[in-house]
Design a protein around this ligand. Structure first.
Ligand code: SAH
Length: 222
């Protein structure tokens, strides 16, 4: 759903402290900038509810929201600036995720989040999907070896497509849930889109992929 253009967006984004207007200059330095050793990046952060809530719930981690729509990003930025109980552990990048490799260095990201990405239902538009092989390859270069990608969506065909794309790219499916909010999952904030689908009683699909197979070191050998 496209939002109407907000006349104040560009000017607001220019001066909002939470917005990093020159992300290329911070390549390799985000953890230092956000005072953390665990970096989370949400691609397509929309109006920023998830970014704001998660950055408050996990103040030790750094949270970066990427959003290409200026008007939507401006709402996210304003929400963050107006919140009273935030720390210095979040930032917003206004730009297209296609450029992600100019903003981050290889291995810099720990967890990447794809929340309710645009489904692009027409076959010829599948390459625009944020879980298309071309995007997964980019993410793979930027996520550290023990890192992961978490995805939530309401869209069954986007979900099925994504499972296959990650499989072909050699990622390891670590968690999969076809009705994620059947349980509360208070450890994970609800996004704007997610709230909408939950209120219509639609199931939320979720998966987590690891870059390398996950070994539970706590598990004792028998
Ligand atoms: N994550 C939010 C918004 C989902 S809508 C939520 O769950 O509520 C998807 C968002 O992704 C839109 O705001 C859209 O502008 C953004 N988006 C789509 N493709 C993008 C891209 N290539 N780079 C950055 N943002 C993108």
């Amino acid at each position: 759903m496209r939002m109407r253009k907000l006349p104040w967006a560009a000017e607001y984004l220019d001066q909002a402290a939470v917005v990093t207007s020159n992300p290329c200059d911070h390549q390799g330095c985000w953890k230092q900038k956000l005072h953390t050793d665990e970096l989370h990046v949400e691609i397509g952060c929309g109006k920023g509810d998830y970014l704001l809530e998660m950055s408050k719930m996990y103040p030790q981690s750094g949270w970066i929201g990427v959003e290409k729509d200026q008007s939507v990003a401006a709402i996210a930025a304003r929400k963050y600036e107006q919140a009273s109980d935030t720390q210095d552990n979040a930032s917003i990048i206004v730009g297209d995720a296609q450029e992600i490799e100019t903003w981050f260095e290889s291995g810099e990201i720990d967890v990447l989040h794809l929340n309710f990405s645009d489904p692009w239902p027409k076959k010829r538009a599948h390459k625009k999907r944020l879980s298309h092989a071309a995007f997964i390859a980019r993410y793979g270069r930027l996520i550290q070896d023990q890192g992961e990608i978490q995805m939530k969506t309401d869209n069954a065909s986007l979900f099925a497509f994504s499972v296959l794309q990650f499989q072909e790219a050699g990622w390891f499916l670590h968690e999969i849930d076809l009705d994620y909010r059947r349980e509360a999952h208070e450890e994970d904030a609800v996004t704007e889109y997610e709230q909408r689908f939950m209120s219509r009683n639609q199931p939320i699909y979720r998966a987590v992929w690891k870059k390398i197979p996950y070994v539970n070191k706590d598990k004792k050998k028998r």
